[in-house]
Write a protein that binds this ligand. Structure first.
Ligand code: TMP
Ligand code: ASP
Length: 254
């Protein structure tokens, strides 16, 4: 196989040059970090599961006309995506108080919020991804007001859709983080969903027991992390047939 050029390595993923101009290959690692990489670890099989879960959710979203960067899954750990210009904002949607909002505002974890709340964080590791307002985003030009209109509109649609999809398999979507990018096609620019949607960037609780089925098991040392990610995939009906034996998957070819 031809050598591929690595373009970027993040905490949980690597981006390689794609086979055609305008495409990239997104490789999912088993590495996990929390608290801006102060805590580091490995979740065996996470990359394989997140690749599959993200493929599933992005495909479902495309079916309701949410534009995404996803093209197709290539193998156990890689997917082909469209190259986009990433907007340096993490968009967090919350339905139930947990994590930083619970801490910051003193709301008991598990409290249903009066309505879904959208928050923005500026993607900047050296500043620890500070929370910002739309004012900062547009004033500093990280995104334009029309970009923000698209982002809010898409985010709320994604939240409604995913809340229902997860509820259908007995999972409460507590909160999640999205990233968006600008896709330039035929002289037109569109804001599209990018990055991934997986238990790494969602809080997913069992709808009956409220048991955590996401990366909080790693952040808070709750154990059974691999099992929780697998259970999410199993409920979505997409657990790779081979099961956990083959979770390591093929290594990337460089
Ligand atoms: P928070 O409660 O820590 O602010 O997290 C809100 C949601 O965003 C939660 O589902 C986890 C996700 N998240 C990320 O995906 N990346 C991050 O760096 C952080 C801080 C949160
Ligand atoms: N991914 C983030 C980090 O390590 C934090 C998190 O997800 O909690 O920086």
């Amino acid at each position: 196989m031809a050598r591929r050029r690595q373009l970027y390595e993040g905490k949980a993923k690597i981006l390689f040059e794609g086979p055609e101009p305008g495409t990239l290959v997104q490789y999912f690692k088993d590495d996990a970090t929390a608290f801006n990489a102060q805590k580091k670890g490995t979740i065996t099989g996470k990359g394989v599961l997140n690749n599959r879960i993200s493929e599933f959710l992005m495909t479902k979203l495309a079916e309701i006309n949410v534009p995404t960067h996803f093209i197709r899954r290539l193998n156990m750990r890689e997917q082909l995506i469209k190259e986009v210009e990433i907007i340096p904002i993490e968009v967090v949607v919350r339905n139930i108080a947990a994590g930083s909002i619970a801490q910051r505002l003193g709301i008991p974890e598990g409290t249903r919020l009066p309505r879904s709340i959208v928050e923005y964080y500026y993607k900047n590791d050296s500043l620890n991804d500070p929370m910002v307002a739309e004012e900062h985003i547009t004033a500093f030009g990280w995104a334009t007001p029309p970009d923000m209109d698209d982002i809010v509109h898409l985010t709320l649609r994604i939240n409604d859709f995913l809340t229902g999809l997860f509820l259908g398999v007995g999972i409460t979507l507590v909160d999640f983080k999205l990233e968006f990018g600008r896709l330039y096609e035929n002289d037109e620019m569109r804001v599209v969903l990018a990055d991934e949607i997986s238990p790494d960037n969602c809080r997913l609780w069992d709808a009956k027991t409220n048991e955590k089925m996401d990366k909080d098991r790693f952040r808070r040392d709750l154990g059974k992390i691999e099992e929780a990610y697998q259970e999410v995939a199993r409920r979505l009906g997409i657990l790779p047939e081979a099961g956990s034996r083959d979770m390591k998957g093929p290594e990337t070819m460089q």
